[in-house]
Design a binder for this molecule. Sequence first.
Ligand SMILES: Cc1ncc(C[n+]2csc(CCOP(=O)(O)OP(=O)(O)O)c2C)c(N)n1
Length: 565
Amino acid sequence: MDAKPHTRIAAEDYLDALAAQGIDHLFVNPGTDFAPIIEAFARAARSNRKVPKPMVIPHENAAVCMAHGYTAVTGRPQAVMTHVNVGLANTLCALADASRDRIPMLLTSGRTPITENGPSGTRNVYIHWAQEMFDQAGMLREFVKWDYEMRRPDQIADVVTRALELATTSPAGPVYLSLPREVLGETVEAQPERPLRPRARPRTPLPAAADVEQLADWIAAARNPLIITGTLGRDPRESELLARLAERFALPVVPFNTRYFALSSRHPMFQGSVPGPLLKDADLILVWETDVPWYPSTDQPPSGARIVQIGEDPLYARYPMRSFPSDLTIRAASAPLLEALIRALADRKTNVAERHGPLVRRSATLHAEWAAEAERAGQGDVCTNVWMNHCLRDVVDKDTIVVNEYSFRQEYCPLPGPGSLLSVSSAGGLGWGFGAALGAKLAARDRQVIAVLGDGAYMFANPTACHFVGQSQNLPVLVVIYNNTLYGAVRRATLDMFEKGVASDDDGRLLADLGPAPAFEQIVTAHGGHGERVEKPGDLPGALQRAAAAVRNGQQALVNVLCRG
Ligand SMILES: Cc1ncc(C[n+]2csc(CCOP(=O)(O)OP(=O)(O)O)c2C)c(N)n1
């Protein structure tokens, strides 16, 4: 490895290409394959060249989750680089999440040096033999749209351009590039300062006029329409348009397993988070950017109901099986379709008057029930999920982003508006929330970021790695742990299937018990943070306030809420 400072190496071209594609951050977990990249960063710092900011993230899962959170907030893809083989393997869970959530991302890793002797970068440590794989990309091909190996330095700008155009083109998703260190370490001619010619990318799909007319006719004729959303609200503009459409045409909305803020829980057309009650009487169901609109084993729409599937990828082509019915399938980005529908419905006679009053009353009843539940929860002797969420409303301000890994409920804690919620991907790969929250904070340093995590989810996140990043990168996030000392979802599944089985003898806790509950609040203090442990409902509001104040003062904070349920 003898690249003298005055020669140029291909890794410098690579960093330039990333910068030219708008990559601001490279979330890295390095290995022996990084030497040319490290040299290139060092040279860029010396010459003040604009390259992505490298950040050491001490676990690959957290690195991918950070890129995910950053992109979910900004819409702009970022890059991750890991070590070969084993380092890359550590990204898979987070990559599954990003893939199902259609997060564009450039995931890269090294590649064991190809040569056994010879050029700069050739094998020179023990692991270089054993870490080579027959098909390194094979382990993640299921989760990426495209993969490639950088073979020649003169390809670099084109390869990076292609990677990012594919990642960002609808339906978006991660792509993968492997980077052999011989290629990165090759000496190259200094690039003349020539701007790259930008390549036009295709638009997200626009709705066909005939589909808009058909759907508008059906909405106008419907007596009991229902909109079910899943990832609507990814682009904050979509939530604004949905609020207008729903209000103006009295269309009830149920964000079901929602991953973004679709509609405020204060909006009169917000009708709770489970579709079942409205589904059973619906005559028109808009399944809008929703992979699973109901569970067929427990709920079914009426047989005569019209069903419309809407999304950028309404068939969910990467899902092996999905058979929800459809009378009209529209491939379109949500914002243009919402705009077109608002226009088309303005000219039609609709049943707004009949629906509006009952829906507003239903919403008021739901709110009264949620408030009563919260009041009862506050009088108990132990915190519950309802109480934790109810108390969060006092710390959620207009600039808050909530990152939810299962335990957050907007019925009890209304959110401030579009762009204020990120929830774990439908892939359900746990360990996502903490890293995603750090990425969100990096993207929006002036906003309060609250990660609401189960105790299981927190431990899956490699908490030490995440707290380390919180401190080293100055990303103060408020972590609230819903600590039921349990894999609650596992227990529920056991009891669902074997309510009267032997496993129900200990209340389904076998293999789900996470006791004894660790003092999670002490982990954050090892990273210079503020930790609180709460056991009594009455102590929670004060603890959250103190933790939020610590975050405002630049300290990361964690509230460990011991809960039942
Ligand atoms: C990486 C990963 N491993 C295992 C699971 C299976 N799983 C689904 S939910 C769950 C329990 C999560 O526990 P916690 O975060 O404490 O939330 P709770 O269910 O108690 O509300 C587990 C283990 C998963 N989804 N992801």
